[in-house]
Design a protein around this ligand. Structure first.
Ligand SMILES: *Cc1c(COP(=O)(O)O)cnc(C)c1O
Length: 339
């Protein structure tokens, strides 16, 4: 199958596996894995943050971030399309006893005006607004990216109200590729940040929470409490480091393919797409007729994996393990599709 269901389907390459076998390791619960320690500091430095904490998943780094920024009874403002709101099993309620306040933004992005309208007064009975959580690029929002100005304005709003900013950067690598914003800028915006190595970068496992040294201490305890304390994971850090060094530059091609794919969809009589919405490696498009699930089946019958993303919307995601000839096959299918 030509797998465009997600960029999480990427598998470790031979070179990545070789790099893993060379990693020097130790017990990371004792903070004694030299490869992990070096990689955490390298990522923290890259993004202009004090500290990094390597964790098994993006959900864990998001949830640790919420945990360090809040106390029970607090509220987190988030776009209604946010991953933390839609795909994390209500864990902010379960693990941190906080409430999410989903608001309607634009393609998964908040504006200062929209976020500000959701900030509560400080009555005794109000939930305490504590965090603005943003996502870059947006997943359910179709890969939309924040501009520098948009991010600066959200930071200013947060500062004005004494709020923290959490940035879910599962696809921050795509955001940086699309906008050419330098990594350290994000550190100036976010109090906590989650970055991921196992999506388009192609590492088998791993995300990282970026934060202050104090927050890291608290997060290490909760990572252990939640069962995420791991041992000789220098192997995984080596894979993630390899992915950053060697696969980050490949995202450019995913993006240019996404825009070629989108143009082909736009030209097809079977599909509609708003070309302006294709900013990175995610493409959301609608069949002119018929249900998304039926079309997903038809794509599947033609050897192409995509996913339904609503009743009439389909999502395709590009990644570097699609070969040129596979990609041509996808375009050919779109050209031949009839409404
Ligand atoms: C995938 C994803 C996550 C969660 O990552 P997991 O490693 O699957 O837990 C969080 N946020 C966004 C935006 C994502 O796309």
């Amino acid at each position: 199958m030509i797998d465009l269901r997600s960029d999480t389907v990427t598998k470790p390459t031979h070179e990545m596996l070789m790099e893993m076998t060379r990693a020097e390791v130790g017990d990371d619960v004792f903070a004694e894995d030299p490869t992990v320690n070096a990689f955490e500091q390298k990522m923290a430095d890259l993004f202009g943050m004090e500290a990094g904490l390597f964790v098994p998943s993006g959900v864990m780094s998001n949830q640790l971030s919420i945990n360090v920024l809040t106390t029970p009874g607090d509220e987190v403002i988030i776009d209604e399309l946010g991953h933390i709101f839609n795909y994390e099993s209500a864990s902010a309620a379960h693990l941190s006893s906080v409430q999410l306040r989903p608001v309607k933004g634009h393609r998964g992005k908040l504006t200062p005006e929209i976020a500000e309208a959701a900030i509560r007064t400080k009555n005794e009975w109000d939930p305490h607004t504590r965090v603005i959580a943003i996502e870059n690029t947006t997943n359910k929002g179709g890969g939309a990216c924040y501009s520098k100005t948009e991010l600066t304005d959200i930071r200013k709003l947060a500062d004005g109200h004494g709020l923290a900013v959490h940035l879910d950067g599962a696809r921050i690598w795509n955001a940086m590729t699309a906008t050419e914003i330098e990594p350290a800028f994000f550190g100036s915006i976010a109090d906590t940040m989650s970055i991921c190595f196992s999506k388009g970068l192609g590492a088998p496992v791993g995300s990282m929470m970026l934060c202050s040294s104090d927050h890291k201490k608290h997060a290490r305890r909760h990572r252990k409490m939640w069962g995420g304390g791991m041992r000789q994971i220098g192997l995984l850090a080596a894979a993630a480091d390899y992915a950053v060094e060697h696969h980050w530059p490949l995202l450019k091609k995913d993006h240019s393919r996404a825009s070629r794919f989108a143009k082909e969809l736009d030209a097809s009589e079977a599909f509609t797409i708003d070309l302006d919405t294709v900013e990175s490696n995610i493409i959301l498009f609608d069949p002119v007729e018929g249900l998304a699930t039926d079309w997903v089946q038809t794509f599947g019958d033609n050897g192409i994996g995509v996913v339904p993303f609503g009743k009439h919307t389909i999502r395709a995601t590009l990644h570097f393990q699609i070969t040129d000839s596979e990609f041509e096959q996808v375009l050919e299918f779109v050209r031949s599709a009839e409404a």
